[in-house]
Design a protein. Structure first.
Length: 83
């Protein structure tokens, strides 16, 4: 389920980034052409890679704390239900 939602959201994010950068759209296929314009200092095609990096870093920082809560807390069941 998570992978399917990421597929749809990634398409929307790429489309919004290309529109924000002002990249031209092919009228026949509807695909955006790669242009040299940037959004927030990077190309629109790099947005998904940036999202993956931020998500990976956030996960790697948060997981040890989540594991400590599960190991040393009396609220294991409640934490497991939420996560």
């Amino acid at each position: 389920v998570l992978f399917i939602s990421f597929m749809f959201l990634s398409l929307a994010i790429l489309q919004l980034a290309n529109e924000q950068a002002g990249c031209p759209q092919d009228p026949e296929t509807g695909a955006y052409e790669n242009c040299g314009n940037t959004v927030y200092g990077m190309q629109p095609s790099s947005m998904l890679a940036l999202m993956a990096i931020i998500g990976g870093l956030a996960t790697s920082i948060f997981m040890p704390y989540a594991g400590a809560v599960v190991d040393y807390s009396d609220r294991r069941l409640g934490f497991g239900k939420v996560m």
